[in-house]
Design a protein around this ligand. Structure first.
Ligand SMILES: *Cc1c(COP(=O)(O)O)cnc(C)c1O
Length: 456
């Protein structure tokens, strides 16, 4: 008999692999059909590989390849992550985390039937906003409000329903792009309005607005400079003055964006209620920025206008579902009662920032040689208050090898820790760490540093 046995080209059976204890956990995470497809795709690849052609299955660790392919897919699933970026409302990290108490308190409304469109007092069909208009009135002094799926939808609905075919006056300093693909001039064009530009990038006055008004003007639109700030020689119009001088047929609309309802964060910012007091007919803003709710768009202001918006056929496409509405209702009640759970993530992070010094010192002592307490800055983020940073503390990690590799490795943990790089070091900002994340933050980093120590 020759020493060389025949090459074995027989890959394991798919059915058997699906019962293998190393692959079974991925069925729960990815579903059986998806894991089956991964196995088939890997088999096709393996059959093409030179090593397989030469040595057959003996040359290849089939199971290891399958696990790697499953892991890649697993990383695409949504998962909780730990935010150590110092940006409280982080667009890539789901913006506002909801307060656990808020989430728990609407569970029963959403796991059962609800009175979403049933008026309990009469037994007739009703509107779906429940107590929301009343709550927004108590909060901002707005006559009425309309809720949509996000603030981009607010903008579109306002422009489409109130200004289609007419002129909308916008300052040249406010023709901005907010995040991916949302440009003010584009959304105006899409909603059928004609953009009339006034002023310059740094200076726009009341007269600029008033002088541009024609019979065909429907609206003056002011847009909050969300993700940047122009500093130096600048001038913005006195909004009150513009509002007072506008003729009856022209509405003043402010896209405030962030949902800032107090001026305590920054002197330079104007709150929602203040815009309304100064004469804005409508303000619109996101539900998942500063106020800390689910993704939603609020349009608040004069009821004469909100009624027109609510009746627009596009409203059907933009209306939020009951999960969102129930969360917003509960959030506003808590906010009005000044409960901690109604404050929103931005305020929580600002409160925590003040306690981060002590925490940073404690953690530096826990991980000597690996972590140093470092003063840093946090931001509210998500296009809110772009001009302000707030002092806090965090950790600078001292790790062997490339910082980028450690940043990537922390992102690959079971509960990913998202830090950032500065001067070739990994930084972890402690202000945006949620209290519920602390135990996992500690245990995962304990293990991470322990493993580094073992390698050294
Ligand atoms: C964030 C923001 C938007 C977009 O809001 P979404 O809720 O993300 O759709 C629009 N305008 C301004 C001024 C913003 O800050």
């Amino acid at each position: 008999m020759s020493a060389k046995t025949a090459v074995n080209y027989r890959l394991p059976q798919v059915e058997q692999l699906l019962q293998h204890n190393i692959l079974v956990p991925y069925i729960r995470i990815l579903s059986r059909p998806v894991v089956t497809e991964i196995i088939r795709a890997q088999f096709a690849k393996i059959r093409q590989s030179p090593l397989f052609k030469e040595k057959g299955v003996d040359g290849i660790d089939v199971l290891q390849l399958l696990v790697k392919a499953c892991e890649e897919q697993q990383l695409r699933r949504q998962t909780r992550v730990i935010n150590a970026t110092g940006i409280a409302v982080h667009t890539n990290l789901g913006r506002s985390p909801l307060c656990p108490e808020l989430w728990d308190s609407v569970r029963h409304i959403n796991t059962g039937y609800s009175n979403l469109e049933l008026e309990l007092s009469s037994g007739k069909r009703g509107g779906r906003n429940g107590l929301l208009s009343t709550l927004v009135n108590a909060w901002l002094g707005a006559e009425d409000c309309v809720l949509v799926n996000n603030n981009a939808a607010s903008m579109y609905l306002i422009l489409h329903a109130l200004a289609a075919g007419k002129e909308v006056i916008v300052s040249r300093g406010e023709q901005i792009q907010i995040g991916g693909g949302f440009r003010i001039p584009d959304i105006l064009a899409l909603s059928g309005c004609k953009l009339v530009e006034v002023g310059t990038t740094n200076i726009t006055t009341s007269d600029d607005y008033i002088d541009a008004i024609t019979e065909n003007t429907a609206m003056v639109l002011m847009v909050h400079q969300s993700n940047f700030s122009i500093q130096g020689f600048t001038e913005s119009p006195d909004i009150q003055d513009v509002a007072r001088r506008l003729p009856e047929h022209v509405q003043l609309v402010v896209d405030q964006g962030s949902g800032l309802s107090t001026e305590q964060y920054a002197d330079s910012e104007t709150s929602l209620a203040r815009y309304l007091q100064m004469g804005a007919d409508l303000v619109c803003f996101s539900g998942d920025k500063i106020i800390g709710g689910p993704q939603a768009g609020f349009i608040a202001g004069r009821s004469e206008l909100t009624k027109i918006l609510a009746k627009n056929p596009m409203m059907r496409a933009f209306r939020p579902g009951r999960i969102v509405l129930s969360l917003l209702e509960e959030l506003l009640v808590r906010k009005l009662n000044q409960l901690d759970s109604g404050e929103g993530v931005a305020q929580h992070a600002l409160n925590r920032a003040q306690q981060t010094r002590e925490l940073a010192d404690e953690l530096a002592a826990r991980w000597p040689g690996y972590a140093q307490a470092t003063p840093m800055q946090m931001q509210v983020g998500g296009g809110s208050i772009p001009s302000e940073t707030y002092d806090c503390f965090g950790l600078t990690l001292s790790l062997p090898g490339k910082a980028q590799q450690h940043l990537d490795a922390l992102r690959a943990l079971a509960t990913p820790i998202i830090g950032y790089l500065q001067s070739e070091r990994v930084l972890l900002n402690l202000a945006t760490l949620l209290p519920e994340d602390m135990a996992l933050f500690l245990s995962q980093l304990d293990s991470y540093f322990e493993a580094l120590g073992a390698q050294a």
